[in-house]
Design a protein. Structure first.
Length: 342
């Protein structure tokens, strides 16, 4: 049996539509319980159920315009521009919402990477272990213990998270430690989110502020004020999340803030349904583009025959998602990513 052969047979014989067939692969590849739940929901047809009303309304609009053209001599009224625009606005809004939901769905499907950076002995490895919920990185009171990057995968409310514990950032003449610092900056550049750890048990240093400004210019970041369980020698900045990696104080709030930072509105998307496939997102954006062109054509009083061209162009990507009209090469690309036989 070839990759995905049994699922492909089910699709070709009409037992599964294409989103449900793709969900089989996602269910097999799931690494968190939440990923498996999302894939199982899609396997039950959640994507097709979400697309069905959208396609039905689009077909109704196409039928309305076709009737006005084909039976104009039989006194079938032509739909007024206001009615067409109202229907198009509804279609555009729903298509955009579904396409935009991929921002959260991508995180669920592919996960995120988080780099933990800061000065030596700020408690980065302790925070890494606490977020991981097990002792993975070596922790000592000696500054510079971590000299190379350590990575592990955890789960944050079902989203796979690749945590990167980095070497402490400072000026050093040690060649090995300098290489570790260089990798720390590389991890910051590549991560979806950076946690900048500062130590509240020692006086604030100009290096902390400089590092924070550098990371903030590069992308999303959260300032984490660690060691709040010890006597304070510095006051945490207003924007900082105050935690103790040793006792766990403040960690639930930090996890919540991380999720809010990488997936704003994510919980709402989880409640209303979202897509996790880049292919689906691409097709929906293509459909959205055609709907917007159709709307512009109505505003410019272009004949309905030309508006219909754009509406049929909007329908084709939706059919491609469900597999109603899918080229053989697209099917090959999808099912070639399956396990042998599945």
């Amino acid at each position: 049996a070839g990759p995905g052969e049994f699922t492909l047979r089910a699709f070709l014989n009409g037992r599964l539509d294409l989103p449900r067939a793709e969900a089989v692969r996602d269910l097999i590849e799931a690494t968190t319980l939440y990923q498996a739940k999302v894939a199982a929901r899609q396997l039950r047809g959640s994507i097709s159920l979400r697309l069905a009303p959208l396609k039905e309304r689009l077909l109704e609009l196409i039928s309305l315009l076709e009737a006005g053209i084909d039976f104009a001599e039989d006194d079938v009224p032509v739909a007024p521009a206001e009615q067409i625009l109202e229907r198009l606005d509804s279609l555009i809004g729903e298509t955009r919402r579904l396409a935009d939901s991929y921002a959260f769905g991508r995180l669920v499907h592919h996960g995120i990477s988080i780099a933990i950076v800061g000065r030596p002995n700020a408690g980065k490895s302790s925070l890494f272990n606490r977020l991981l919920e097990r002792d993975r990185a070596i922790v000592t009171e000696i500054p510079g213990t971590t000299r190379d990057m350590v990575s592990e995968t955890a789960s944050l409310e079902g989203i796979p998270v690749r945590l990167l514990d980095t070497a402490g950032i400072r000026q050093t003449s040690d060649r090995i430690e300098a290489l570790g610092v260089e990798r720390s900056f590389q991890a910051m550049a590549e991560a979806d989110l950076t946690l900048i750890v500062i130590d509240l048990s020692v006086p604030a240093a100009p290096d902390d502020e400089a590092l924070y400004e550098q990371v903030r210019r590069q992308g999303r970041s959260i300032l984490v004020a660690n060691k709040c369980d010890l006597p304070r020698q510095a006051e945490p900045p207003a924007q900082a999340s105050v935690v103790s990696a040793l006792t766990g104080e403040g960690l639930p709030q930090l996890r919540r803030r991380i999720l809010d930072e990488v997936a704003p509105g994510g919980l709402l998307a989880a409640e209303t349904g979202f897509i996790t496939s880049a292919r689906h997102a691409h097709e929906l954006r293509q459909s959205l583009l055609s709907l917007q062109k159709a709307r512009q054509a109505v505003l410019e009083a272009i004949p309905h025959e030309m508006i219909l061209v754009e509406l049929y162009s909007a329908l084709q990507p939706i059919d491609s998602i469900t597999g109603a009209t899918t080229a053989d090469d697209i099917l090959h690309r999808i099912f070639s990513t399956f396990c042998i036989g599945k």
